[in-house]
Write a protein that binds this ligand. Structure first.
Ligand code: LMR
Length: 342
């Protein structure tokens, strides 16, 4: 009898231990956030800030796992993985949505369209930005915010100063038709290569050069295999933070609200640090002594602008002529406050 009551008691204790009695005991919702750049970049830092805030605001109900540097998925795979639900959050650059059939974000790839980050904010934080995010719905995605990286510079193993210097060079691009047209206009041969393979492609001569932000060039050590860097500031790279619709809509409403708050604060943080991160990268590359920096004269820059101008017409049908005009109108009159002046 005594033995029986003890075993009943033990069984009750076991049952009590395995049956969750409150939400606190439920396993956390795991949110995998995959991206392709290093932790030490605006996006890398933003993803860590989002993790910290999301876990704090949800009181541990959500666990965010950040995978930097293409450790989980590369460029193309990550978007497929998001649509399949194998990963829950990404922040691909605006140049990477074309292969999904979303062409609008490529408008931000147009050369010399965005004069400053302040001007860009007027685009992304206004009706144009909201309208572009709404397009994601058709491919089962939801856009949660726009994160900056910054303005692009050009690198190669020969000085890129005159437009004629681009002739015949194989240049790595992101998978954007606008970027393809931009390098064709300069006389180069554009080649789409995943971000994770750029360093090696430059090192082995698969391509001769590339364009990217200083933060990406520094953190991927591209400057070690490129002798020249032109401070052209000729275009912009930013990110669209995206989640899959089934995942996001399936979250409890209070969790969704807490994650939205975390995302809004992380967005503000990234957009506050992006400029200084890129400035610091330029200073670090300069200090390394491995790459010679080239500044363009206003006349040289004007030649670049003229050479690339036909891209607007050529890509008008793809990204939308009206969208181009709306952006031009929104940014007109904005002062260029970026470090590598146009
Ligand atoms: C690139 O592929 O060059 C960039 O989009 C990488 C990134 O995410 O900044």
């Amino acid at each position: 009898m005594k033995i029986l009551s003890w075993s009943l008691c033990a069984a009750a204790i076991v049952a009590f231990a395995v049956v969750p009695t409150s939400a606190q005991q439920a396993p956390p919702i795991v949110l995998k956030f995959s991206h392709v750049v290093s932790a030490d970049t605006p996006k890398g830092k933003g993803s860590e800030r989002f993790k910290e805030l999301a876990e704090k605001y949800t009181n541990g109900r959500v666990k965010v796992e950040v995978y930097h540097n293409s450790t989980l998925y590369k460029d193309k795979e990550e978007l497929e993985a998001l649509q399949l639900g194998a990963v829950q959050m990404l922040a691909p650059s605006n140049a990477k949505f074309g292969p999904l059939g979303i062409k609008d974000f490529e408008v931000l790839d147009l050369p010399m369209l965005i004069p400053s980050l302040a001007a860009l904010r007027k685009v992304t934080e206004g009706p144009i930005g909201t309208g572009m995010l709404a397009k994601l719905d058709s491919v089962g995605l939801i856009g949660l915010g726009y994160w900056d990286n910054g303005f692009k510079v050009m690198t190669a193993n020969k000085p890129l100063r005159d437009v004629s210097d681009f002739k015949g060079l194989k240049m790595r691009i992101q998978p954007s038709k606008v970027l393809h047209a931009q390098f064709k206009a300069l006389g180069s041969v554009p080649q789409v290569i995943a971000f994770s393979e750029v360093y090696q492609s430059l090192q082995t001569g698969v391509v001769d050069g590339q364009e990217n932000t200083p933060a990406n060039i520094y953190s991927q050590k591209m400057f070690e295999v490129q002798k020249y860097l032109t401070l052209s500031n000729h275009g912009y790279i930013g990110y669209i933070v995206v989640v899959g619709k089934p995942f996001w809509n399936g979250l409890p409403a209070d969790v969704r609200e807490q994650l939205t708050k975390a995302m809004n604060e992380a967005t503000q943080y990234v957009n506050e640090i992006s400029q200084q991160e890129n400035d610091a990268a330029i200073a670090a590359i300069r200090k390394s002594g491995k790459t010679e920096m080239i500044s363009l004269t206003p006349t040289e820059l004007e030649q670049w602008r003229k050479a690339m101008a036909p891209v607007y017409d050529e890509m008008g049908d793809r990204v939308g002529k009206q969208l181009i005009q709306d952006i031009q109108k929104t940014v007109s009159g904005a002062t260029n406050t970026s470090p590598h002046k146009l």
